[in-house]
Design a binder for this molecule. Sequence first.
Ligand SMILES: Cc1cc2nc3c(=O)[nH]c(=O)nc-3n(C[C@H](O)[C@H](O)[C@H](O)COP(=O)(O)OP(=O)(O)OC[C@H]3O[C@@H](n4cnc5c(N)ncnc54)[C@H](O)[C@@H]3O)c2cc1C
Length: 398
Amino acid sequence: MNLNFTPEELAFRQEVRDFVAASLPADIRHKVINGLILGRDDYVRWQKILHAKGWGGAAWKKDFGGTGWSTVQQYIFEEECAAAGAPRAIPFGLKMVAPVLMQYGSPKQQDRFLPKILSADEWWCQGYSEPGSGSDLASVKTRAVRDGDRYIVNGQKTWTTQAQYADWIFCLVRTDPEAKPQRGISFLLIDMRSPGVTVRPIITMDGAHEVNEVWLENVEVPVENLVGEENAGWTYAKFLLGHERTNIAGIGIAKRELSRLKRLASIETKNGKPLIKDPLFATRIAQVEIDLTALEITNLRVLAAEAERRAPGPEASILKIKGTEIQQAITELLVQVAGPYALQLRREAMAAGYQGDPVGPFYSVPLGPNYLNMRKLSIYGGSNEIQKNIISQMILGL
Ligand SMILES: Cc1cc2nc3c(=O)[nH]c(=O)nc-3n(C[C@H](O)[C@H](O)[C@H](O)COP(=O)(O)OP(=O)(O)OC[C@H]3O[C@@H](n4cnc5c(N)ncnc54)[C@H](O)[C@@H]3O)c2cc1C
């Protein structure tokens, strides 16, 4: 197993670095680097820039307008984008529903939906979770009843990220309540503008409006929006989750945030010396950096295995657990750098260009809210406890 990058891959890294440096708008970079609030337009603008370059679908095959890059190239691309302060790609269209449509969608569905995902002209959200159906996803209760050439859908989805921006939602719905839980589920594409769809915000403990409840009341969905076969949705749901967990380690983001931690710990002082010189604090930073380096090597091993055409395996669960623990640990240390200033919860001061009175240094404003927000990492994408179950069964054979 060769963990070194080839000369071609190193040249590719440079090409990406140069392009991102030249093309990433400074105002978007400023927001990402400083942890300020990003809006829909920021994500859309960056995706359109990538699309114009032909890099909109980093993980897509060329047949569908993607780059056709190898997994190593995709990794390099994501790492360089994160390091430069680009917004992360919103995954719901590009990385979740698109692979499902490519694999299981009809040609008509592929033609209708994929180009607008790539060009960011349509925004998608994920309607999997329901109250009572999170880890136990196969228990979804949202009901779709066939009525001629349409389904009538009733139910409630929850934790739906950025549904307030979405044009479309892909949903797991129950089409056969008599069958075993996994057998009676279908995968439906629902227009968010359909009568009967209501989005209600959930405000999280950091004060953000990121997640929502989505209520579906007698929503009419044309049968042509069924993906694949009726009652076979669990197969597509699992296929999608496999894609959700690729590149989940977040190494590029963690590296960028670690640099930020070191930068801020060099500015702040303790007993008249830079905090980064404090032996205890320096040890904590070093521990995170060691863990991150170890994770990066593990990630490269996984990529090398994939390049040798071995299917991605349960090791993705290790990447998810360690990657999210590291990102959370960095947010904890950033809070310690800011001390009491990290206690402020002022969303208005997290908007770029805020002109109000400062409370503490500019950099400290988002640190508390970001610390709270990042608790989500160990919950979504399959909670870390669920990942440990996978490791115990699939790797340790327990
Ligand atoms: C910020 C955020 C954004 C999200 N965005 C979306 C989205 O866009 N679309 C969407 O569909 N969902 C989304 N989710 C939902 C997410 O996928 C679920 O929260 C997650 O699957 C956990 O489900 P749950 O919240 O129902 O918790 P539960 O499944 O009820 O779990 C509660 C606790 O029990 C543990 N647990 C459960 N089962 C087991 C087990 N078998 N063994 C050991 N421990 C177990 C869990 O790890 C957790 O700690 C989001 C969640 C968050 C927090």
